[in-house]
Write a protein that binds this ligand. Structure first.
Ligand code: PLP
Length: 441
């Protein structure tokens, strides 16, 4: 299934059959944490949107490879050759996972932030960038060297497309332009109309990069089907927390740009000229932007996660996760004082990322209480999306402290019990008195 059409980004999924209701095995299932009330409880990791636990399968693959670890692209020894093969095969696996076109490049980076900064550094001269104010800071901020148009938060997917079309139609000249958009919001979990935004971008001669940090762990992402020019995502949100990320897509701008980092690996030949200066011929392949010794374990872990998710089947994973989304949303709707944050409204399709505010509670106190009394890990704050926080929270939102929101997020490794415990805890906390001075709104 592919995502992100305005009409039906995610078709109402059929209930997952009983045989697939089990979560995928992840690390940390047996970890217990102390409670402020005494005793210990198994940890409920409900902060997948920040970093998801490693898939057991990824851990096993990494452990099996670790004894064979060797330098990549720079050794004649057997293990160096093997590691180089694994690294390059990881590139191929990621390209398949993302449905890349034959000429696309897959560059291993440190993270989504790193990937988008790399693309920002590779923009052609005079490039205009269009970005919604609702983006994560990783997608909002890297373009400061370019001419940036920040678009107002839309209140529906259709409005997002109209807003972009209008901005592109009004842009100066017909020079290079780039649209950067998220696939799924890290605050509301809502899906963005990527296919339509890509169509609008291309119709106006612009290119588009998809921030798939929150989309790729929850849905299949196909560069070809979505018709986007680049995709960026992070391994640590894709159950592969070993320090790698990906930028995949069109090679031309990347090939024409200076290397992101200058150094060994990015250079094909380096020579001293007669006048004493150093002359460099840079690679044109992905290696151009991967100077230094690459993170082969990180790349291998991402490839392992891509294989594991593909084999588990996204149709199954989506169906199961949507059941959890429904359970959490229905559960929260029944708790007095809870307001779930949404940009696109009740019926908007979304992934397992849900933010809310609780009347009378400071979000940080609420998140602390979930941890201290129930062993539940969530996040609170404005989630590195401060302008979006202001739009969603209105006068309630203050950046850099004070009132913010609580975010619960989950995915392929989440057992039903974590979600049930979270709903019970939320209802109990809401029924009890908040700590003195908690309501800082
Ligand atoms: N984009 C979105 C939508 C995110 O949620 C995040 C992280 O939360 C990022 C980008 C940045 O990811 P990273 O911190 O892995 O670079």
């Amino acid at each position: 299934m592919s995502v992100s059409t305005v009409a039906a980004p995610v078709a109402a999924p059929a209930p997952a059959p009983a045989s697939v209701r089990a979560p995928l095995p992840v690390l940390g299932r047996d970890v217990t944490v102390p409670l402020a009330t005494g005793g210990e409880v198994s940890y409920a990791a409900l902060d997948y949107a920040a970093s998801a636990p490693a898939l057991q399968r990824v851990w096993d693959d990494v452990a099996a490879y670790a004894p064979y670890y060797g330098s990549v692209h720079r050794g004649a020894g057997h293990l160096s050759q093997l590691s180089t093969d694994l690294f390059e095969n990881a590139r191929t696996t990621v390209a398949e996972f993302l449905g890349c076109r034959p000429a696309d490049q897959v560059i291993f980076t440190r993270s989504t932030t790193d990937s988008l900064n790399l693309l920002a550094a590779a923009l052609p001269a005079g490039c205009q960038v269009f970005v919604f104010e609702t983006e994560h800071h990783a997608a909002l901020l890297p373009w400061r060297g370019a001419r940036v148009t920040v678009l107002d938060a839309p209140r529906s997917p259709e409005q997002a497309v109209r807003t972009l079309e209008r901005a592109l139609a009004d842009r100066d000249g017909d020079g290079p332009a780039l649209v950067c958009v998220t696939g799924a919001s890290n605050v509301t979990g809502e899906l963005w109309p990527v296919t339509e935004l890509a169509r609008a971008a291309h119709a106006h001669g612009a290119r588009i990069v998809l921030d798939a940090a929150q989309l790729a762990p929850h849905h299949p992402v196909s560069v070809r089907d979505l018709d986007v020019d680049w995709v960026a995502f992070s391994g640590h949100k894709l159950y592969a927390p070993f320090g790698s990320g990906v930028l995949a897509g069109r090679a031309d701008w990347l090939r024409q740009a200076d290397p992101y980092l200058a150094g060994g690996g990015a250079s094909r030949t380096v020579a001293r000229r007669a006048d004493g200066a150093v002359e460099v011929e840079w690679h044109e392949s992905a290696a151009r932007h991967e100077a230094g010794s690459p993170n082969v374990i990180g790349a291998y872990a991402i490839a392992s996660a891509c294989r594991a998710l593909t084999e588990a089947g996204f149709e199954t994973l989506v169906a199961r996760e949507q059941q959890l989304v429904r359970t959490v949303r229905e559960g929260l709707a029944g708790v007095p004082g809870v307001r779930v944050l949404s940009l696109f409204g009740e019926d908007a399709p979304r992934v397992g990322v849900i933010s809310f505010v609780v009347e009378g509670w400071d979000s940080s106190d609420f998140a602390t209480a979930l941890s201290a009394r129930y062993g539940i890990g969530v996040r609170d704050g404005l989630f590195c999306a401060h302008p979006l926080g202001r739009v969603l929270l209105g006068a309630e939102g203050e950046c850099g402290g004070g009132t913010a929101a609580v975010r619960v997020s989950f995915g392929a490794g989440t057992p039903q019990e974590h979600v049930s415990r979270f709903l019970r805890a939320t209802a109990e906390l809401c029924a009890s008195a908040a700590p003195a001075g908690s309501d800082r709104s």
